[in-house]
Structures are given as structure tokens and as C-alpha cells.
Design a protein around this ligand. Structure first.
Ligand code: GAR
Length: 188
């Protein structure tokens, strides 16, 4: 049985998708051993509802050190599912190739500091991009710079709004996130 830890900062709809896929077996032979949030958020309630151990570590300077103490040494994957803190270099090195993140755009475009959530969708529309999508990538100390595991795009229609774009990106995320997790854990 593979063990994963999921890190969240928000409403946790991607976390919910992962919970559902683990329960249905779409992500096979896997257990979510812990959910960690860096702020009080609805995602913690989702973990509670699913009976998954969960913990709040307030965001700030020592977040990564505190996290390192509670992530099991033999964890198979640390999954960032709408997680907004930056993990320090020591943590990224310790779990090298075992940390993945979902990003709401087509990296390497629209990544880096400040590029999260609605900021990304606003920037994509302001730049007049013809397409957007989502990317699952490995996490390294450089923000949004690790190797790409899966990416999926769609065309942006005329008169698209940031909210409409966010919804379409989320739909892509629900599709590719479980696939990326399976790719790494179950070689599927
Ligand atoms: C997702 O769209 C995810 O890609 C994005 O936050 C949203 C979280 O939604 N992550 C980032 O912007 C990280 N840079 P959720 O809480 O409903 O899963």
C-alpha cells in the first residue's frame, strides 16, 4: 500500500477528487495518511469528513521544519493540492522526486511567485492567450520550475471571464491530477 500526504490551503476540491479516486480505486493501492493545511480552510473539513488524519500548521517561517517532523520518512508522495506556501530547500531535497504540485496554467508560462489562483487566470486573460490548462509537475526549490509530469490544454473562448476560466481549469485538474498520481505511484 502506497502512502501519500496532501498539502492544502483552500477549499480543497482537488483534495476531494483525490479522496474520491482513492476510495473508488481509480488511484489504486493507496492511502492518504495525512492532510496538512497551512491555514484554516474548508479542505480540513473534507479530510475530517473522510476520516483522514489532518493537521493545521500555520504558514510562516518555520512551516517546512514543522512539516518535516510529521511527514513519515517512508512516504511515497507529497501532493500539493492548492497549497500556497513555499517549501524550503531542505524539505524539497529530502523528498526529491516525491513532491508534486498542480498549477492552474500551462507552465512554464504564468508560473512563479504571486502566480496562484485567480491571479493566474487574470494574467492569462490580460495577456490575450488563446489557450490555458493545468500542469502537474515535480516540486523543487525553484517556484513552479520542476519537471512536468502531465499537462492538458483547452482553447479560451471569446469573452471568457476569470471565473469561467477558473472553472474550466478546475475540470482539467480533476482529470489530470489522479492520472499523474497513478503515473508516479502505480506506473500507469
Ligand atoms: C487550483 O486551481 C490549483 O491549481 C491552484 O489553486 C486551486 C485550488 O483549488 N493552485 C495554485 O494556484 C498553486 N500555485 P482547490 O482548493 O479547490 O483544489
Amino acid at each position: 500500500m502506497k502512502k501519500i500526504v496532501v498539502l492544502i490551503s483552500g477549499s480543497g476540491t482537488n483534495l476531494q477528487r483525490i479522496i474520491d479516486c482513492v476510495e473508488s480505486g481509480e488511484i489504486a493501492d493507496t492511502k492518504i495518511s495525512l492532510v496538512v493545511a497551512d491555514r484554516d480552510c474548508y479542505g480540513l473539513q473534507r479530510a475530517e469528513n473522510a476520516g483522514i488524519p489532518h493537521q493545521l500548521i500555520k504558514r510562516g517561517k518555520s512551516f517546512s521544519e514543522k512539516l518535516e517532523k510529521i511527514v513519515p520518512e517512508d512516504i511515497d508522495l507529497v501532493v500539493l493540492a492548492g497549497f500556497l506556501s513555499i517549501l524550503n530547500e531542505q524539505f524539497c531535497k529530502k523528498f526529491q522526486n516525491k513532491i508534486i504540485n498542480i498549477h492552474p496554467a500551462l507552465l512554464p508560462k504564468f508560473g512563479g511567485l504571486g502566480m496562484w489562483g485567480m491571479n493566474v487566470h487574470n494574467a492569462v486573460l490580460e495577456a490575450g492567450e488563446k489557450e490555458s490548462g493545468a500542469t502537474v509537475h515535480f516540486v523543487t526549490a525553484g517556484i513552479d520550475e520542476g519537471g512536468i509530469i502531465l499537462q492538458q490544454s483547452f482553447e479560451i473562448g471569446a469573452n471568457e471571464t476569470p471565473e469561467g476560466l477558473a472553472e474550466k481549469v478546475h475540470a482539467v485538474e480533476y482529470d489530470i491530477f489522479p492520472k499523474a498520481i497513478n503515473k508516479i505511484l502505480n506506473y500507469k
